[in-house]
Design a protein around this ligand. Structure first.
Ligand code: ZN
Length: 182
């Protein structure tokens, strides 16, 4: 006859006689099984992946041989510490003829930073280094080139309206977009 006694310390049933053998109730066997551990690991990865996707702190914006940004709207989560914008030129024209940059400023400052940028010229990537209204900017890229810029999201004040513009000579009236803080 098998005598079972309850070990109150671990809540397991043990055989009191014979070789040391532990008989575990089903729920404990389940929690110790590889299936459960594999499932738990997958669940954690899934949750972590969802969190990263919800706070995507980088984006790529395209431009080409026409005067446009694609997309013309960038969403920046305020939960991000930094945000990275990569500007990709998918066209073929060299940067001297069809260069583009990406310049971040308040919507109301876009015209001003475009003016000072044009005066600064190509050697300064069409951005006046002394213009404090410029919050972030990439260098100028030509066809098949790309450039990135990372900036602190804390620079952006909730409630303020921000936008971006290409300050390459003559592009600013049409090459611009808006920032949405969320
Ligand atoms: Zn441009």
């Amino acid at each position: 006859m098998v005598i079972l006694r309850v070990n109150p310390m671990v809540g397991l049933f043990e055989r009191a006689d014979g070789p040391k053998q532990v008989i575990q109730p089903m729920p404990i066997l389940f929690f110790k099984s590889k299936i459960w551990r594999g499932g738990l690991a997958a669940l954690i990865l899934f949750l972590a992946g969802g969190l990263a996707a919800a706070q995507n702190c980088a984006t790529t914006i395209e431009s080409d041989d026409a005067l446009r940004f694609k997309p013309e709207k960038i969403e920046i989560p305020l939960a991000c510490k930094t945000f990275t914008v990569t500007l990709k030129h998918t066209g073929r024209l060299p940067k001297l003829a069809m260069g583009h940059n990406w310049v971040l400023a308040k919507l109301s400052d876009l015209d001003g930073v475009s003016r000072t940028g044009m005066l600064a010229g190509a050697e300064h990537n069409y951005v006046d280094p002394k213009d404090a209204r410029v919050l972030a900017h990439t260098s100028v890229v030509g066809g098949a080139e790309s450039a990135s810029v990372m900036f602190d999201v804390a620079k952006l004040v909730p409630g303020e309206r921000y936008g971006f513009v290409c300050t390459f000579a003559g592009h600013s009236p049409v090459m611009r977009g808006v920032i949405v803080l969320k």
